[in-house]
Ligand binder design. Structure first.
Ligand SMILES: Cc1cc2nc3c(=O)[nH]c(=O)nc-3n(C[C@H](O)[C@H](O)[C@H](O)COP(=O)(O)OP(=O)(O)OC[C@H]3O[C@@H](n4cnc5c(N)ncnc54)[C@H](O)[C@@H]3O)c2cc1C
Length: 381
């Protein structure tokens, strides 16, 4: 049995960021257990997007801090956080009104979002069909970072530091001793004893909860994305979003491929199924080439599926949950990757028993039992 100060289950963006900030706060004895490899859950399947354009104050504050942290992390760990902006295309007066209100709130919290004319939007990407676009919402500080670079960057950083990362280590059972104060974490390899256990298992957070007799209300919904053959780099710099076209989002990676996705049909039930569907390729091809007609003949190179881990109100569940020393960090829906650096910073402070200026309390997991559902955050991209 190996004694540890902290055991984290899940090496996605959430678990990795919590481990990183714990080590920054001087917690030396941290182990991250991952059943596959770093980023093999939703993180490695995400659309690369990072933004602070949200509609509610706590999420904007979390994302603003995340963007600041993404920048520092990129410099320290060695990946590119490319701040090429998010460009929401707006097609109706109602949408413009809604995004104008969001812009006011974002500006009041230090996020420099602007409402652009169609011509200004075209200056940012001249491939967009702006014939029906009435305006666009743009924050130049939003951007993208490739999850493969980020997760392997963390892995390398941990190899040189004090955090222990164990891949191919599935947690298969958890026994509670001393009224839950002590947790015995059983894996496909060695077993651990710890007082602090972090459940950062993404779409599988519920299964980890069941090992402790808890019912964690996080449910996996399949989302799919594609990447095309490479085009001239710099062709589509911002993340382009159109809620009108099936909540589509797309941008270009550093290597030139166009990466993007779209919303899942509302009638698709929750599932652990990760197979791709041909119908998604048809939908994505149609909406992408409507937004950017030049993509009509682009070839899809890769297509994959992952989960949005959904809580009952679509917001994360963050904090100590039901058992002393059991911290939950799950339920991030479509924005867990971008939020990871502020979640990591804030939760590491909470775990250490300190205070944080981040609104971690807003995401108190017990709110669900209390029936205090939060406003759903803007989902796409
Ligand atoms: C198609 C798609 C596009 C997306 N685009 C974006 C985007 O542009 N921006 C954004 O912010 N978010 C995006 N998301 C959402 C984002 O991917 C997630 O919110 C985020 O990656 C969640 O990270 P996580 O670390 O909490 O979970 P995960 O990355 O799923 O990590 C959980 C890890 O826990 C491990 N695990 C589970 N059970 C066990 C166990 N018993 N033992 C050991 N390990 C275990 C899993 O293997 C997994 O690696 C997208 C998601 C999808 C599917």
């Amino acid at each position: 049995m190996i004694e540890k100060d902290v055991v984290i289950i899940g090496a996605g963006s959430t678990g990795l960021a919590i481990a990183y900030y714990l080590s920054k706060h001087g917690v030396r004895d941290v182990t991250v257990l991952e059943k596959g490899y770093v980023g093999s859950g939703s993180t490695g399947r995400c659309g690369t997007g990072i933004r602070a354009q949200f509609a509610d104050e706590p999420t904007i504050r979390m994302m603003k801090r995340s963007e600041e942290n993404w920048k520092k992390l990129g410099e320290e760990i060695g990946f590119d956080f490319r701040q090429t902006g998010y460009l929401y295309l707006l097609y109706t007066e109602e949408e413009i009104e809604q995004y104008r209100k969001m812009k006011e709130l974002q500006n009041s919290l230090g996020v420099p979002t602007e409402i652009l004319s169609p011509a200004e939007a075209e200056e940012l990407c001249n491939l967009i069909d702006t014939s029906e676009v009435k305006a666009a919402s743009y924050n130049p500080e939003d951007g993208k970072a490739h999850p493969f670079e980020v997760t392997t960057g963390f892995k390398k950083y941990f190899q040189e530091g004090e955090v222990e990362l164990k891949e191919q280590r599935e947690v298969t059972g958890i026994e509670l001793e001393n009224g839950g104060k002590c947790k015995i974490v059983k894996t496909t390899g060695e077993n651990y004893r710890t007082e602090v256990l972090v459940n950062a298992a993404g779409g599988w957070a519920r299964n980890v909860g069941e090992m402790m007799g808890l019912e964690i209300p996080v449910t996996p919904y399949r989302h799919q994305a594609i990447i095309t053959e490479p085009f001239k780099p710099g062709s589509i710099e911002p993340m382009i979003i159109s809620m009108k076209h099936e909540d589509a989002y797309l941008t270009q990676t550093e290597r030139g491929g166009i990466i993007g996705g779209a919303g899942t049909p509302e009638d698709e039930p929750p599932t652990y199924e990760m197979r791709e569907t041909l119908s998604f390729e048809e939908r994505a091809s149609k909406v992408f080439s409507t937004i950017i007609p030049g993509l009509r003949h682009a070839r899809i190179l890769r297509h994959w599926a992952g989960y949005y881990a959904m809580s009952p109100d679509g917001n994360p569940m963050l904090g100590e949950y039901k058992i002393p020393g059991h911290y939950l960090a799950a339920g991030f829906s479509g924005h867990g990757y971008m939020m990871a650096p502020s979640v990591g910073e804030g939760l590491a402070k909470v775990i250490k028993g300190g205070r944080t200026d981040l609104p971690i309390d807003y995401y108190d997991p017990d709110r669900i039992d209390r029936g205090e559902l939060r406003e759903e955050a803007v989902q796409m991209g």
